[in-house]
Design a binder for this molecule. Structure first.
Ligand SMILES: C[S@@+](CC[C@H](N)C(=O)[O-])C[C@H]1O[C@@H](n2cnc3c(N)ncnc32)[C@H](O)[C@@H]1O
Length: 235
């Protein structure tokens, strides 16, 4: 699965950047949410702490969070996306890697962001993905997720004319919130806004903020089970 995701975004990176470069100009609610997330992280971590934008793409979320005072870096599978991110956001740090095995020490991040990057993970891979996010966070650290709300996956074929195909999962926010709680998070915010058809959206957009409980100093729940699931699913 990882290879298909990387190949897809390597092919579309420049077109994706051209299509969505100014998207936040039409998304004041998203900007407010990102600013609110930055405030939560700063408040919880005192002097601050590192934040990872996992599946950062062109790095625009990374840049907005940095402008709000966070010590944030981006990570992505796709070298082409990272080339765009580095070019468009000089001065910020972007690294190649998988959010499933990011090579970041456990318990070291004040915040984790997955902004439309869990949308290619199959349903059965979500428990391991969320358990991994929780492990990365310090106790009291925050997670922000954005995704398309809905039930049916969309298969995108030949995007911008490139010969690649990828499934985009749409998910019910209540089910995602439950999955986060099962992974040991406490839900902080669940919000959904209507599809903006003028921007070409066909589904509502969902946003969840969750927190690793401050008193949680344990390992992941059912660690043995999670390892088995990771072994089965891979990416
Ligand atoms: C829809 S784009 C979103 C990019 C960016 N967050 C944004 O909103 O503009 C999804 C991004 O997630 C990345 N991605 C998907 N699965 C990933 C994984 N397992 N590890 C790292 N990056 C991943 C893709 O390469 C792609 O850049």
């Amino acid at each position: 699965m990882t290879d298909a995701i990387r190949a897809f975004y390597d092919a579309v990176a420049e077109d994706y950047a051209d299509r969505f470069r100014d998207v936040f100009a039409a998304q004041p609610l998203e900007l407010a949410l990102l600013t609110g997330f930055a405030g939560l992280v700063r408040t919880a971590s005192g002097t601050g702490g590192k934040v990872a934008d996992l599946g950062c793409g062109p790095g625009w979320v990374t840049a907005h969070l940095a402008s709000r005072g966070l010590d944030v870096f981006g990570l992505d599978l796709s070298e082409s996306m990272l080339r765009v991110a580095r070019r468009e956001n000089p001065g910020l740090r972007f690294e190649q890697g998988s959010m499933r095995e990011p090579g970041i020490p456990d318990g070291t991040l004040a915040g984790v962001v997955s902004w439309y990057s869990s949308i290619h993970t199959p349903q059965e891979g979500l428990p391991a993905l969320f358990a991994g996010f929780r492990r990365l966070l310090v106790p009291g650290g925050h997670l922000l997720l954005a995704f398309q709300a809905g039930e049916k996956a969309l298969r995108l074929e030949r995007p911008f004319g490139h010969p690649v195909t990828l499934d985009f999962q749409r998910r019910r926010p209540d089910r995602m919130a439950e999955a986060l709680e099962t992974a040991g998070f406490t839900l902080v915010l669940r919000s959904e806004r209507a599809a903006d058809e003028e921007q070409g959206e066909s589904t509502p957009q969902a946003f969840l903020i969750a927190r690793r409980p401050p008193a949680d100093r344990s390992g992941p729940p059912c660690a043995g089970h999670v390892r088995v699931v990771e072994g089965q699913v891979g990416e």
